[in-house]
Design a protein around this ligand. Sequence first.
Ligand SMILES: [Cu+2]
Length: 130
Amino acid sequence: MKSMRSVVGLLSLAGLLALAACGSGGGEAKNPPPQAQGMAQEVKVDMGDYFYEPSQLTIKAGQVHFVLTNVGKTAHRFAITGNGVKVSSRNVGAGREGTLDVELAPGTYKMGCTLGDHEARGSVGQIVVQ
Ligand SMILES: [Cu+2]
């Protein structure tokens, strides 16, 4: 019985070490667990000067993984607001790719670039979540 207990102790110690290893690695924003990533629908949006393509999205409710490609010559950002949601990607430099992971409930949301006056210039659109 005693040896059994020490095996369990070792296992949980190994678990803690594995967690610590995960936490210290990277430096990138928190990645969703693999299962959640597998279930997320991927939505691609091109961000340009000054537009989003597409500017009108209709997607399914649930976990969404946005892949944001900056096809412009200046930095852009991808922010979603509406229905109590207010999230944003980091700045995505010209020619770079960014991502945004968010869980969206059915409803209508606004997507837009919150940098400078980009929204007013046209970097804006609508997301309908069904
Ligand atoms: Cu912008």
